[in-house]
Design a binder for this molecule. Sequence first.
Ligand code: ADP
Ligand code: MG
Length: 323
Amino acid sequence: MGEFELIHHYFQRPGANPPGVVLGVGDDCALLQPEPGQRLAVSTDMLVEGRHFFADVDPVALGHKALAVNLSDLAAMGARPLGCTLALALPRADEAWLAGFSRGLFALADAAACPLVGGDTTKGPLNLCITVFGQVPPGQELRRSGARASDEVWVSGQLGDARLALDALLGDIELAPEVLVRARQRLERPTPRLALGLALRGIASAAADVSDGLCGDLGHILTASGVGAELEIDALLASSAISADLRTLPRDHALRCALAGGDDYELIFTAPAGAHDAVLQAARSAATPVSCLGRITAEPGLRWRDACGQPLELAWASFDHFA
Ligand code: ADP
Ligand code: MG
């Protein structure tokens, strides 16, 4: 199977272009048309074999995850997807692999209304790079720099289960088979929080997605905003942000997974305390659970306290490819 046959067969789909796509796969460029007055939001994420995924990972799950991690960035910006491109390096044209990968990718692309509009295909070590394009009305984007002292700090969904799965797959811990199935689902098939990102427009003061671990990604918000935060560890451990599976681990291991694990693709965000009910309403409308973890402070730095208000020292950094 040649390059163009491969593209045509696995990545070009017949049918009318969805709104926002004037021209899709097949020409020198795709043409996208944001709604009048909206800004283009653009983000790229690369997945490298051996670094971001195991060589033998299910290609359907990989297709899903490659797009999901990109859509998560649009969600964290409060942007609505317009389309995406896929740059793909493949060691060979393995048709079973390509069929699975494109199935996983298109299932999520359809669910998120984010059509594949172009890309590039080349021979080489397996490497996937997706770029997503979205739109957001000026001023309604959720930047990292908007957190202010006394804002509340929130997180969506649950943290740490992806890391739990990774620890098990690396052989560092043993999990009951049904626990591993659930945790692997979180590692391999993350859910981008697009509906929540849209619902938080005009409510959240700052947002980021949790790709490298809560401590690190909240740290980016704090740095960009020139503020600090005070969070309660026991409130976190008791909250719905920690799964029942994670709760069965020793406290220290559970905390490490939840705070520095990475690959969660939840949203960490801040909002004025007066918007507490509006956040809960937005979360309900997006059918996405959220938990309030603490407060933004004028004093810089991320500080954890126990239930008695005593400061706790948590020394783990978040994931850094070059650390
Ligand atoms: P060019 O030589 O102009 O870079 P290509 O021959 O690489 O164009 O690609 C032909 C068409 O197929 C282009 O519209 C390109 O966007 C699209 N394309 C190539 N690879 C992919 C892919 N993996 N997924 C989706 N579209 C692709
Ligand atoms: Mg090309």
